[in-house]
Ligand binder design. Sequence first.
Ligand SMILES: *Cc1c(COP(=O)(O)O)cnc(C)c1O
Length: 464
Amino acid sequence: MTTETHQASQGRNHITGKYSDIFKYTNKVLDLIEKEDISQEEAAWITKETVNNFRDHVNPGFLAYRKSVTLDGQFAAVEWKDSGPNCFMDVNGKEYIDCLGGFGIYNVGHRHPKVVKAVTNQLNRQALHSQDLLDPLRAILAKIVADITPGDLKYAFFANSGTETVEAALKLAKMYSNRTTFIATTRAFHGKSLGSLSGTAKGVFRKPFLPMIPGFKHVHFGDIEMMRKTMEACAMVGEEVAGVLVEPIQGEGGVILPPDGYLKQLRELCDEFGALLIFDEVQTGMGRTGKMFCCEHYDVVPDIMCLAKAFGGGIMPAGAVIATEEVFKSFFPNPFMHTTTFGGNPLACAAAIATFNVLIEENLPARAAELGDYMMKGLREAAVGYEDKVLEIRGKGLLIGIEFATDEIGYEVSKGLFDNGVLVAGTLINAKTIRIEPPLTITYEQADRVIAEFRAVLGTISLS
Ligand SMILES: *Cc1c(COP(=O)(O)O)cnc(C)c1O
């Protein structure tokens, strides 16, 4: 079809036969996507279609879940657009300050113009890669990643998601070590594909899918003595540890910081037993905790690091696993040992390159540290007098967890915040703890509003 006939046919429902209804439906939706503003009538239609199709074709469980975390009527809040770098707007025009940050996707804010521009420019020239010629942006991004990550991390493999980077890390560690035992930690979250799920710790997500890949053990996060004993025992029985997989700060588990010295001791233990140290920085990386990478706070360099979430700048799904040459060279002889069709595509690489540019230019890691301290202080002050409800407010940079006395109180607070236009993350693994992880571009005014809403909501909760 030529461009002209392509355009001429848009909006016209000239197709007859088997697919005519589907064609009409797609036309209607394409028209809506194209619109800058939608009418009330269109908003109502979008809401109705969304709810009906979630019920009939996505998963009705999502509707039940939303009903349980929002006031009546609010459960059907349907998102439609960004509202500036730090807010979402629903189809009815209600604005939400994004303190969920897509669980850590939006470090440079929503649709940062530089990232949008890089991706659009790339899209206008070439969308995806030939899969045969050498793709320049992959190579250039790999160099940037090598230069910006600490220590001697040097070779990168690009993926489309966090779970894929963990899969790649596990395969790389096996390939390098000829060992099959991995140690992960309690409350860890590494993703939900079968390999990464083996490292993830929450029983409810694992149990129906057992057995996991063989060789996975879990020890308590922060317990270095147990880690040592487990490594010793593994060595004694001839099942030497290939790698220890750990988040430097546990995100999904409820923003759990490592005890003093833990990560350094872990590094030493891994060296002693010839195991690789794998840091999952999918959530903590890209400036979130106040440094470009969380491990820099602790002065520890892993052998393999996983990045995703904010890696694509909130525009493209993208992730990277980066390793030392010593480790990665096991993939040199046959680079096809681990591959992905879309990983490292030109659009994703353009987005990631622009993301690093923005993180550096706008000094966002330092901004995360500053705003994080400000918000944590404000939230703690707001919680004074509610010690029976709020047990602890902790975090680093703009990865903040608020732990409540009970699940019910946590739910009431996130519900109240949502109704007042503040989106927060109730954690999947630990419902008692909600996470505050806004774009690193959040303003002081917005931070003040979040703190004020938190104070107001605490005052309305009758549970204890
Ligand atoms: C979100 C997350 C993952 C999984 O990433 P997906 O892109 O959802 O597959 C893995 N590890 C950590 C630490 C995460 O926070």
